[in-house]
Each structure stands twice: as C-alpha cells, then as structure tokens.
Design a protein around this ligand. Structure first.
Ligand code: PEP
Ligand code: MG
Length: 573
C-alpha cells in the first residue's frame, strides 16, 4: 500500500529508487561454555575468512570508486586480520578457557585496543581503531548479522537510515545513491548540508522511515517538498517523473546565469559565494558560478580517518582550493569540531550538551599544537590565492584576540624561517553565538569581516537544537529576534568600514534573501547548488524598494507574519 511520510526538505531534487536500509546492528556478546573447542575454533576461522574476503571486495571497490587513500584503510584492516599476535591468543582462549569465539574475540581485542590507546603514539592509536573496526566485522559474522557498507552499494538506491554521520555521507557514491531519508536531523545538520553539496535529494527528520520502509521497497524522495512516498502506484511514479523533469528544466534556466554577476534589479552588486567541505567541492562552485568560497569547513579534512592530518596534507588541501579558485576570495574557517561533528581519535569525553560544550575555538585554544599546525598550513598556502581566515564559535572578544594572537605568532615564526606569507590575509570571525551578535559594535573594531553563522545562531537564540526534529518548530530563521541580530551585525560592520557576509543556510533561502538584501548583507555564502537560483531571484529584486519595508518587517511580532508578508510582497511560492 502506498504510504506518504512527511519530513524536512534537506536537499532539492527528486529520487525514485529501491530502498536500501543502512543499519548498524547490535553486537551483544555473551559468554557461553563450549565443549567442542575444535569446532568453535573452526567457526572462528570461518568468520575470519569471510571477513577477509569481504574486505578484499570492499578494498577494490573503494580503490575504484573513492580513491587510493580510502582503499588503504581496508588494506590496514586486512593486515590486522592476518596478525598472529591478535589471532593466536583468541584461539588459545577458546581452547584453554572453553569459551565461545565471540567472547574470546571480544576479550582479546578489547585488551589490545586499551593497550594501544593508552600509548602516547599516533601510530599505535591508529592500530587500536583498526582493531575495533575489524572486530566488529568478525563479530557480525559470528553472530550472523550483516554490517551495511555505504561504499559497497552498486545499484541505484535510496538510503534509509536512522541518521547518517557526516563521514557516512562522505562515503556515498553519487552514481548509485540517488537520495536518502533519515528519522532524525534537521535542514542544517551536517549530513543535510553535505547532501546539498553532493546534489543528492534528501528528506530528513521523518521520525519513522526506518520503521515504515522495508529493504527493496520502491521509494520516492521528494527533496523539494519534504516528502517520502513508499510503494507508489504507477500514476504517482509518473507524476513524480514529471515533477523531476520540470525541476531539471528549471535548473537549466538558472544555469544560463552561470557567468553573470549577481546584481539586483536596481544594479546593486552582492557576492554569491559557496560553502565547501573539501577541495573536490570547488568544481561544483565554479560550475554553479560561485564568486568565491564563503566558508571552507576544514573539519572534513580531519574526519573519516584515524589520526590528525599533518601540516603538509593540510597545506596541499588549502593550496589546491586557493589555486582552483584563481584569485577569487576563499574564506577558510579554522577547525570547528564538536556538536554533530565528532573526531573519535581525539578521545574526548562524552558531554551532556555537545553543542554547548568543548568545541570549535574553545577546543583549539586549549589543544594549541593542533591549532598551530592548521594555522601554519594556512599561512603557507596564503601566497597561492586570495585567502581569508575566520574563527568559529567566538563568544567573547578575548577568544578572538587569543586566536588572532596565535595566528600572528605563527606568521612571525614562518617569516623568521624565511617562508613566504601573504600580507593581505583578512582575519574575521563567525557570528553564531548571540553574545557576539549583540556586541558586534565592539568586535567590528577588531575584525576584518563578519560571517554570520545562522545555523548555530538560530539554535542558540531560540534555544532549539538544530538536530532535533521535535523542536524544529522553534528553529525559526525568520523570527524577528534573528532578523534584528542580523541587522545589528551588518550595521556594526558597515559603521567600521568592514564587510558582513552570511554562511549559514539562511543565506540561500528564498524567503530570507529579500530581507538580507534590504539589510545590506554584502556576501551570501550557500550550498553551491543554491547559487544560480539565488542569482535569478536577486536579479528581480530592487534593494531600494526593499529598504522601505525593512523596519516594518523587523517590528513584526511573529515568524508567520514575516513569512506571509515576504511571500506576498516578493511573489514567492
Ligand atoms: C553556522 O553555524 O551557520 C555555520 C555555517 O557553521 P556550521 O553549520 O558548520 O556549524
Ligand atoms: Mg556553526
């Protein structure tokens, strides 16, 4: 029977394909006594062999589809499974203690993991992560459950998952993964943001897709209207194929603006830039006519691996982005880990409120070696393009001053070493915490620019977790409280002769765009795939006309009134 599930439209487009459930099975290990220890050891050998042949296939697949470096991860896993120092003690335990293979494996592996993790040696810590991973795989075979691997998908599917971590999302192969839908998450969760940059249609925060959709069922993901249709009739499929074609045609219209400047109807120029996560994303920025990179989320360089990236690796990534952007502005944000972006290898304790916890600049000011390595890589790369650096999650002036002082120290050190560093690097900050939006007048005297991070600013201002669909009704970009904070930031910047941009998802939102233009925002940074649509919209708007409405909009009492007014006045939807 056809079933329609509502969710949050996270990435535009329509996908029609079979469901593929991406699940992490429970791997509960119990201790049982065995009498035939030879048979038990044999069962363990079989699980080992199955895991190895599975890893061989995954490795080859990763090499072809994702590149040599991802394939290396699986080569390391294969080595672990052939290591007698790990395997023999497990077999011995089965025989001497007459216990089941699952228990013996878990005990021995846990012992090695703890041992390696406690060593102050990056290489050993990496081995601990490998052991943890392969143990899961062998255990799954012993327990008869399957571990899904997104990089192994080789037919067209729609992914159904409770949640996707950003690194799961990074492994999705666009050729086969036509769309995805999750139980949890919001429009600004990082998997949603990545889906937009990868142009994979997505609907998140449905609450029930994993309960309602069976593997292999035909599914339509409508990322335009936030709907998932399960087991559609032929008529419904036809209707969605038409909707998909209409959307593609609309995109083709927007594409004609790719080489045009972004100017309003009254000839006012604003910059439309893109948010990126990796150097590969630059291709999409240029294809979509981006006038710069307004936010390079460098944390993706640190994710999906077992150790920190070296200065050299980072230098190469930053240089690549700067060179590929050919002198257009590139705003690089220093490491913003925490919240929904974890780095398991830093082994940070779990927190009650990760979004309010030890993250971003707070973490960097404490873990200074890591921070300084990133800053050095950035400074060295600065001579290869138009680099601007900004710090995330600045709550106090003192934090900005400390971060900037460390940057300047590293710059002087490099110069003393004879390394070339650009003299024109602008240093700015993200405004994503209400305290800095309120105090923008004072910050504006010390920064070169602001970039308003509304994804977080909204969650902190309305105290509504951006990942939690149950409070998504409070996640209100057009709430006049947010609009007033934005105005405060833009006005403060302009008063000091500085520029103000926005890199939160709101910058690419068709209802927000007229208001932001009227408020005088200088730079709009968004998913690359939103740029051409935004450019088309701005060409039809007159800044001078909108300015007449700004005070009225900011004094409206509710979000609903703002939305109704904007939609009617600017003919949206
Ligand atoms: C923001 O908070 O608006 C932002 C752009 O940063 P992130 O989404 O990476 O937290
Ligand atoms: Mg943020």
């Amino acid at each position: 029977m056809t079933n329609e599930i509502l969710g949050i439209a996270a990435s535009s487009g329509i996908a029609i394909a079979k469901a593929f459930r991406l699940e992490n099975p429970e791997l509960t290990v119990e201790k049982t006594a065995v009498t035939d220890t030879n048979a038990e050891a044999e069962r363990f050998e079989q699980a080992l062999a199955q895991s190895k042949s599975e890893l061989e296939v995954i490795k080859e697949h990763a090499r072809k589809e994702l590149g040599e470096d991802k394939a290396e991860i699986f080569a390391a896993h294969l080595l672990v499974l052939s290591d007698p120092e790990l395997i023999n003690p497990i077999k011995d335990k089965i025989t001497s203690e007459q216990v089941n293979a699952e228990f013996a494996l878990n005990e021995v592996a846990t012992m090695f993991v703890h041992m390696f993790e406690s060593m102050d040696n990056e290489y050993m810590k990496e081995r601990a992560a490998d052991i943890r991973d392969v143990t899961k795989r062998v255990l799954a075979h012993l327990l008869g459950v399957t571990i899904a691997n997104p990089s192994m998908i080789s037919e067209e599917v729609v992914i159904i998952a409770e949640d996707l971590t950003p690194s799961d999302t990074a492994q999705l192969n666009r050729k086969y993964v036509k769309g995805f839908t999750t139980d949890i998450g919001g429009r600004t969760s990082h998997s949603a943001i990545m889906a937009r940059s990868m142009e994979i249609p997505a609907v998140v925060g449905t609450k029930t897709v994993t309960a309602d959709i069976k593997n292999g069922a035909l599914v339509i993901v409508d990322g335009l209207d936030g709907k998932v249709i399960v087991n559609p009739t032929e008529d419904i499929v036809k209707a969605y194929e038409d909707k998909k074609a209409a959307y593609e045609a609309q995109k083709a219209e927007w594409a004609k603006l790719v080489n045009e400047k972004t100017v309003s109807a009254d000839n006012y120029h604003v910059e439309l830039a893109a948010n990126i996560g990796t150097p590969e994303d630059v291709k999409g920025v240029l294809e979509n006519g981006g006038e710069g990179v307004g936010l390079y989320r460098t944390e993706f360089l640190y994710m999906g691996r077992d150790t920190l990236p070296t200065e050299e690796e980072q230098f190469t990534a930053y240089k690549t982005v700067l060179e590929r952007m050919e002198g257009k502005p590139v705003v690089v944000r220093t490491l913003d880990i925490g919240g929904d972006k974890e780095l398991p290898y830093l082994d940070l304790p779990k927190e009650m409120n990760p979004f309010l916890g030890f993250r971003a600049i707070r973490l960097c000011l404490e873990m200074q070696d890591m921070f300084r390595t990133q800053l050095r890589a950035l400074l060295r790369a600065s001579v290869h393009g138009n680099l601007k650096i900004m710090f995330p999650m600045i709550a106090t002036l003192d934090e900005f001053r400390q971060a900037k002082a460390i940057l300047m120290e590293e710059k002087e050190k490099l110069q003393a070493e004879g390394v070339a560093v650009s003299d024109n690097i602008e240093v700015g900050m993200m405004v994503e915490i209400p305290s800095s939006a309120v105090m923008a007048d004072l910050f504006a005297k010390e920064v070169d620019f602001f970039s308003i991070g509304t994804n977080d600013l909204i969650q902190y201002t309305l105290a509504a977790d951006r990942m939690n669909e149950r409070v998504s009704y409070l996640y209100q970009p057009y709430n006049p409280a947010i609009l007033r904070l934005i105005k405060n930031v833009i006005d403060a910047a302009h008063k000091e002769g500085k520029w103000a941009g926005m890199c939160g998802e709101m910058a690419g939102d068709e209802i927000a765009i007229p208001i932001l233009l009227g408020l005088g925002l200088d730079e709009f940074s968004m998913s690359a795939t939103s740029i051409l649509k935004a450019r088309s919209q701005i060409r039809h708007l007159s800044k001078v006309e909108i300015e007449k409405y700004v005070d009225q909009v900011l004094s409206m009492p509710t979000t609903e009134e703002v939305v109704a007014f904007v939609k009617q006045t600017f003919h949206i939807g």
